[in-house]
Design a protein around this ligand. Structure first.
Ligand code: ADP
Ligand code: MG
Length: 240
């Protein structure tokens, strides 16, 4: 579903991603782990071309998204992204936040969009918040709405960039539970996270990035029990 070939990214003279190649299969859940500044966000942002790669190719469903001729808006419709800081529209109610893009981009009627939104809100336990405004929600609720807003577009791929890093500890679980549930629906996901236990339980594959290099790619079992890479070993010693 996602094929990355020799991806490199520089900001000016600073090379942030070095020659990353990998393939992510349909339905695969990848957790991306690594020290701060190792390039995790940049890697994720290249996958929907929020960043333009300096070198290499990324193919999604057979379409080279690094080709300037590719209609990137169309590609992005298949890819949902959830950020650390929610990015909800503050002046819109929860339901309007969710229905806005499906109506505008997919041409759904308000009724269609609301039906889908309501179903998704129920799934994440927020049906009663449809008419609330974001500033009335807790961080965990905001993040669940942000996830629903992405899902309303019926993406084939979901990208998460530290979705729980801005949350109070007691709200982390409610968000991780939603993501865990999604992992079981067969959607392809790439999740940058510092939640090691979650990565261990929910991911099919762990990617460890160090200094812009994909230095280890392993099953959770292998990665957490016997990491092959020395930097990965040191990292795990610090965080576990
Ligand atoms: P991580 O998400 O693993 O913390 P990032 O991908 O955010 O790492 O950043 C990797 C490196 O790229 C860092 O050194 C960061 O300062 C640099 N970087 C990220 N985005 C930009 C940008 N837009 N311009 C310049 N440097 C950037
Ligand atoms: Mg980051």
């Amino acid at each position: 579903m996602i094929k990355v070939d020799n991806l490199s990214k520089s900001f000016g003279k600073h090379k942030v991603l070095h020659d990353i190649s990998t393939t992510i299969n349909q339905g695969e859940v990848v957790a991306v782990i690594g020290p701060s500044g190792s390039g995790k966000s940049t890697f994720l942002r290249c996958l929907n071309r929020l960043e333009t790669p300096s070198n290499g190719h990324i193919t999604i469903n057979g379409k080279d998204i690094t080709d300037p001729k590719t209609n990137i808006a169309q590609v992005r419709q298949q890819i949902g992204m959830v950020f650390q800081h929610f990015h909800l529209f503050p002046h819109m109610s929860v339901i309007d936040n969710i229905t806005f893009a499906p109506m505008k981009v997919k041409g759904w009627t308000q009724e269609q969009a609301r039906r889908k939104a309501t179903e998704l809100l129920e799934r994440v336990g927020l049906a009663d918040k449809a008419d609330a405004f974001p500033n009335k929600l807790s961080g965990g609720q905001k993040q669940r709405v942000a996830i629903v807003r992405s899902l309303a577009m019926e993406p084939e791929i979901m990208l998460f960039d530290e979705p729980t890093s801005a949350l109070d500890p007691e709200m982390v679980k409610e968000v991780l539970d939603v993501i865990r549930g999604l992992a079981q629906t067969g959607i392809t996901m790439v999740i940058v996270t510092h939640e090691m236990r979650f990565a261990q339980e929910a991911a099919d594959t762990i990617y460890f990035l160090d200094n812009g290099r994909l230095v280890e790619k392993a099953s959770p079992q292998q990665f957490f029990n016997s990491p092959q890479n020395e930097r990965a070993r040191q990292f795990l010693e610090k965080v576990l």
